[in-house]
Design a protein around this ligand. Sequence first.
Ligand code: PLP
Length: 393
Amino acid sequence: MYDVYAVRKDFPVLKEVVYLDNTATTQTPIPVVETMIDYFYRYAGNYGRGAHRLARETTNHYEDAREIVASFLNAEPLNTVFTKNTTEGINLIANSYPWEVGDHIVTTLLEHHSNLLPWMRLQKKGVNITVINPDNKGKIDSYLLENAFTEKTKLLAITQVSNVFGSVQDVKGMTKIAHRNNIKVLIDGAQSAGHMPVDLKDIGCDFFATSGHKGLLGSQGTGVLYVKEPDVLESASVGGGTVSDVSESTYTLEPSPACFEAGTPNIPGVIGLGRAVEYVEKIGISKIKKHEMNLSREAAKKLSELEHVEVYGPENSLGIVPFNVKGLNAHDVALILDQTKQICVRSGYHCAIPITRFLKVDGTVRASFALYNTIEEMDILVKAVSELKALVS
Ligand SMILES: Cc1ncc(COP(=O)(O)O)c(C=O)c1O
């Protein structure tokens, strides 16, 4: 049995608000905050740079976090790079891959700007991109993907879970198709890690980027980038921490992951992320997935029953419910929910303008559920939205 009320004790802010903006960022549990405080109070030093006790302890904790995170995603520590977020991870690939004029990238209209703009920008270097449309429930047809591949296609860049719909793509199947065509695969896992099992060896993808501050329950300013074959890339950012030797005219890079982690990283954040992943593992990722999907399914069902509400997205969304109140602007709805019922939801384009326009709307309200949300909170949301009828009729 999943005891959501026990879990909630680790998130003090939940006494104040109905927090349903988990797709943007989640709350961080007390044990994770305490882990970060412990770093500051007991052993703060720099990472990988020093022989003294504090520097060594810091480095050990940082590397422990890498092992925990790598094992959680079924990756190896050497392939697991810490970044500041998903966006940085994806940009690192876009800026480090040896593109050639005429190369081709396939991506989708579902993508968050973070998995679209880095590829669009490569057009200036002569790289072409093709953007595949999903259906109106946020699903990508693998057949359309394969049809878009050409002899020049080097990369498929696709999100595992849409931040607008909560739709889940069969990234393992897509990776197989891409690899059959000698195409590398980058998965945007910002909304999958921590919300559903993610086994990178099983998926087989080449790159996977995620954030620490979403489903993984870590702090903002942390992220993870998986790179299956680090030698394919040329580090885009070099400096302290990335090299084993430097002469007057050249340098020798460290192997992965150090060559990709230039400069002093977010040490407390990364150490906290290791603790956060342990926290998620202890609760159990399958339980979390089931709990979040139950809440979103129920919320979508109840909201759809309201005449003045339009709900988008698939029935089996991974915890995300996009909707609109007919006749009201999405931001106004979010503001009213906040000011009258202390409900926090996101509104607008969700950093995904193309897919929101594809729905022919000027934004949506997005309620997104996490492991600590309750059925009572879901009912509070539905009741509050139902009361908005008075404003539209
Ligand atoms: C699917 C998806 N990709 C990328 C991002 C960017 O994440 P971050 O801002 O942590 O880099 C988000 C953020 O919401 C997202 O939902």
